[in-house]
Structures are given as structure tokens and as C-alpha cells.
Design a protein around this ligand. Structure first.
Ligand SMILES: N[C@@H](CCC(=O)N[C@@H](CS)C(=O)NCC(=O)O)C(=O)O
Length: 201
């Protein structure tokens, strides 16, 4: 049984969503970042962490890819060209989308006030807008970034879109806007969010 440590109101939701897409059972520990429960599994206190077979795995994207590889779903096989292209979308999402949104988050609420530099926020918003233009080009008319097959970066991109809606950035319209809506209405995400709400009561 997989045990996921991390409140769903964090990047941990990516992991819960992946587990729901894969149809797997899991235990949820609804731990806040830096809480004693989080530090029990990850000394930095960052969430999510996955506890499986006596081992702790940290970093949401590493966990998502591990689950996809292990269960041979939502991923192309390692060592293939398709996997290289898939991974390029994953790193694009981490660097350019998670990165710009997290800059906005850190400098508006996450960092202690004395460390915040709000002047960087407009630049991060431009970086996010540029990333949306790139995504528009790379997505084209496809249903998912890799064509007809849903893969890890689709979940990652759509999770970031949920953050973006709360970050005060301009949300993309057209094909990218429809892509985000399509992904965010998937039953597995709905189930992850509903289970999260239930288990955290
Ligand atoms: N790259 C890591 C980042 C993890 C991370 O920073 N998580 C946030 C919550 S979304 C956290 O635990 N922050 C606490 C801290 O930075 O001390 C991942 O994707 O899991």
C-alpha cells in the first residue's frame, strides 16, 4: 500500500491525482508543510513524500513518474524517443510554469514578509504568459501534450493551471484554456479532491 504524506492543498494533490488515474489504493497523511508529521518522513518538512516498501521518495514529479513507470500507465517507456519528448514537457512544466507561479506564490504569501520582493511578481507573470504561448505552439490541436495519450506532464500542467487561477495571472483562452478545462474535469482529479476533503475532516 502506498502512503502519501502531504496535504492535498499542496503539490501533493498531483500524487493523489496520479494514484486515482491508476486506480490504486493509498493511505493519506494530511500533513502540512514543515509539520512534525511531514518531518517524520522528510527532514526538510517539504511535501509530498511517498512511503513505500520502507523507502521515502520525495518530490512530486519524481513520485508521479515512479508510479507511472511502475504501473506502466500514463507514460511512454524510458529510453524511447516518445519518452524523451514527454520528459521535455515535464521539465518545461517544472521550469517555466511551476517556476513562474511559485515565484509569485513565494513573494506574495509563502516567504516570511521580510524576505519577499514583490517587485519580481510582474516579471513572473510575463514569464508565465510566455510559457502559455510556448504551450499553445507545442500542444497544437492535440488532446494531450503527447497526442492522444495522457501522460505525466498533462497532470502536472493541469495542476499548475489550478494554482494559476488563484495567482492573478491571465489565464489562457482558446486551445490551451480548453486543454486545462478538459484535464481539470477528469473524474480522477474530482475523486482525489473529494477523497482529500473527506479524509481531512
Ligand atoms: N520540488 C518539490 C517541492 C516541494 C515543496 O516545496 N512543497 C511545498 C508545498 S507545495 C512545501 O512543502 N514547502 C515547505 C517549505 O518550502 O519549507 C516537489 O515538487 O514536491
Amino acid at each position: 500500500m502506498y502512503k502519501v504524506i502531504g496535504t492535498p492543498r499542496s503539490r501533493s494533490l498531483r500524487v493523489y491525482w496520479m494514484l486515482e488515474e491508476l486506480g490504486l489504493d493509498y493511505d493519506m497523511i494530511d500533513a502540512n508543510p514543515r509539520s512534525p508529521e511531514a518531518k517524520e518522513y522528510n527532514p526538510t518538512g517539504k511535501v509530498p513524500a511517498l512511503f513505500f516498501e520502507g523507502q521515502v521518495i520525495t518530490d512530486s514529479v519524481a513520485i508521479m513518474q515512479f508510479l507511472a513507470d511502475r504501473h506502466e500507465k500514463l507514460t511512454f517507456k524510458a529510453g524511447t524517443i516518445d519518452r524523451a519528448v514527454q520528459d521535455s514537457f515535464t521539465f518545461f512544466a517544472c521550469d517555466e510554469i511551476d517556476g513562474s507561479l511559485w515565484t509569485i506564490g513565494k513573494h506574495s504569501f509563502a516567504l516570511p514578509e521580510a524576505m519577499r520582493v514583490p517587485e519580481v511578481i510582474p516579471t513572473a507573470k510575463i514569464e508565465f504568459a510566455n510559457a502559455m504561448k510556448t504551450l499553445e505552439i507545442r500542444l497544437g490541436d492535440n488532446e494531450f501534450v503527447m497526442g492522444a495519450t495522457i501522460t505525466v506532464p498533462d497532470l502536472l500542467l493541469a495542476h499548475c493551471a489550478g494554482w494559476a487561477e488563484k495567482s492573478g495571472v491571465d489565464m489562457p483562452k482558446g486551445a490551451v484554456g480548453d486543454y486545462f478545462k478538459r484535464l481539470r474535469s477528469r473524474p480522477a482529479l474530482r475523486r482525489a479532491m473529494a477523497k482529500s476533503a473527506q479524509d481531512s475532516k
